[in-house]
Write a protein that binds this ligand. Structure first.
Ligand code: ARG
Length: 458
């Protein structure tokens, strides 16, 4: 059952039909296909290309088809090549010859370009909304943990003390950038390709601005050949999804490390963890591992579409049908990862004592000890060497810098006085870091204000 039998003398080979057909996956946007047709027929009537009577007959039937698919009354049949053919054939079946006028001035090339754009446009908005929910949870955790001390790492070695608020604030920034990236993509893609025809527009007096407006686009696309062959917005969106997944994957990796027996920084909620079928003691961070693992799938979709598009001459080529399955999969994958990840961190708890103890026993205050000497007139490079010696001494004695007696300090450098202990206490180390973006309380409160402002923007 096809729309183009006229010039053929033989039936299509069944394997060819199966290979060529996209209905098994493009039925995902039946709603968008019908919405596009509704816009098109309204425009055709406005331009006197169809009568008002024909318009209403088509509109009513299209609405009914949508409801019937929604409710399962009408099943999408795999005998059709694609969703466009299915909807049009059903329309003709239901209202006869009038239905045959719907496709006037339109090609499946601009139709599929429109449907996919409408579909992706909604998904861009939904991804953004899911990220905002994640940001709200991150912000809540930040606010509750301005004074929860933990070690900050470089090279996965304890470096300097930070706070949970500061660490989570870094992820707030990443996901905030992801949100604004999605906004940019939305603005750039929000132009309507309908009316581009097969590639060269049409001789009917179509009003492309009317359809663009009707479908809430910023306007109509500029060049009809580009309109039917542009898939940049999908590439941009998949790239944004890949970046979101990369951020989620990094965060997941930290959760996995923090949840390990050696760290025990956090406790995952039972409802977001899984057990082992053989080892009764295990509580595994499967959700975080799966999010990390699924990142590869989303990158794969991006690589796939980039490769599909790279050698294509203008304008439409059937290769472009390959833009759908992996894109749909990447969208569904990323959305479920954001959702699950949000639930996981919303329910996890912090072992604050363990985090604080870990920050204390890793010489994370060594920089501050060096700064103490600098404040007493010793050049930083010499101070660095002196504290290095003291750290070595502490390692031998199996103690922390806080526990080293003042005589030992003085033996290596007489400048040290009793106030060294205050200067290198965990609290001082964090609270004195007050540069913009640093973990000290006052700086953190400023950062949180900016985060709140972002979330309260429309
Ligand atoms: N299924 C096709 C796609 O996804 C729809 C466009 C078909 N156009 C054509 N001239 N065969 O790209």
């Amino acid at each position: 059952m096809k729309l183009w039998g006229g010039r053929f003398t033989k039936e299509t080979n069944q394997l060819v039909h199966n290979f060529n057909a996209s209905i098994s996956f493009d039925q995902k946007f039946y709603k968008q296909d019908i919405d596009g047709s509704i816009a098109h027929v309204n425009m055709l009537a406005k331009q006197n290309i169809v009568t008002n009577e024909e318009r209403f007959a088509i509109l009513n039937a299209l609405e009914q088809i949508k409801t019937d698919i929604d409710t399962g009354v009408l099943e999408i049949s795999p005998e059709y090549e694609d969703i466009h053919s299915f909807v049009e054939a059903t329309l003709i079946e239901r209202i006869g010859d009038t239905g045959k006028k719907l496709h006037t001035g339109r090609s499946r090339n601009d139709q599929v370009a429109l449907d996919m754009r409408l579909y992706v446009r909604d998904e861009v908005k939904e991804t953004n909304a899911l990220l905002k929910d994640l940001l709200k949870v991150i912000l809540r955790i930040m606010k509750e943990n301005i004074e929860t001390y933990m070690p900050g790492f470089t090279h996965l070695q304890k470096a300097q003390p930070v706070t949970v608020a500061h660490h989570f604030g870094a992820y707030f920034e990443m996901f905030r950038r992801d949100c604004t990236r999605l906004d940019d993509i939305y603005d750039r893609m929000n132009y309507c390709p309908l009316g581009a025809g097969a590639l060269a527009g049409t001789t009917y007096p179509l009003d492309r601005d009317f359809t663009a407006d009707f479908l809430k686009f910023n306007g109509a696309t500029n060049n009809s050949m580009d309109s039917v062959s542009d898939r940049d917005y999908i590439i941009e969106y998949l790239s944004a999804l890949s970046t979101i997944m990369m951020h989620l994957s990094r965060f997941s990796e930290e959760i996995i490390i923090w949840n390990s027996n050696e760290y025990r920084f956090i406790e995952l909620d039972d409802s977001y963890s899984t057990g082992s079928s053989i080892m009764p003691q295990k509580k595994n961070p499967d959700i975080a591992e799966l999010v990390r693992g699924k990142t590869g799938r989303v990158y794969g979709a991006l690589m796939s579409i980039l490769t599909t598009m790279k050698g294509l001459p203008l304008a439409y080529n059937k290769d472009m049908q390959e833009d759908k399955e992996l894109t749909f999969d990447a969208i569904d994958t990323t959305k479920s990862c954001i959702l699950l990840f949000t639930g996981m961190i919303d329910t996890m708890t912090f072992n604050k004592d363990v985090m604080e103890a870990s920050a204390k026993n890793g010489f994370t205050n060594a920089t501050d000890a060096a700064d103490y000497l600098v404040n007493h007139g010793i050049p930083f490079r010499d101070a660095h060497g002196i504290i290095g010696h003291l750290v070595l001494l502490c390692i031998e004695k199996k103690i922390s810098l806080d526990e080293l007696p003042l005589e030992e300090y003085k033996k290596i450098c007489p400048v040290f006085e009793n106030d060294i202990y205050e200067a290198i206490s965990l609290k001082t180390c964090v609270e004195k870091r007050l540069t913009k973006g640093a973990p000290g309380k006052a700086a953190m409160l400023e950062e949180i204000k900016i985060c709140e402002a972002f979330l309260s923007e429309e």
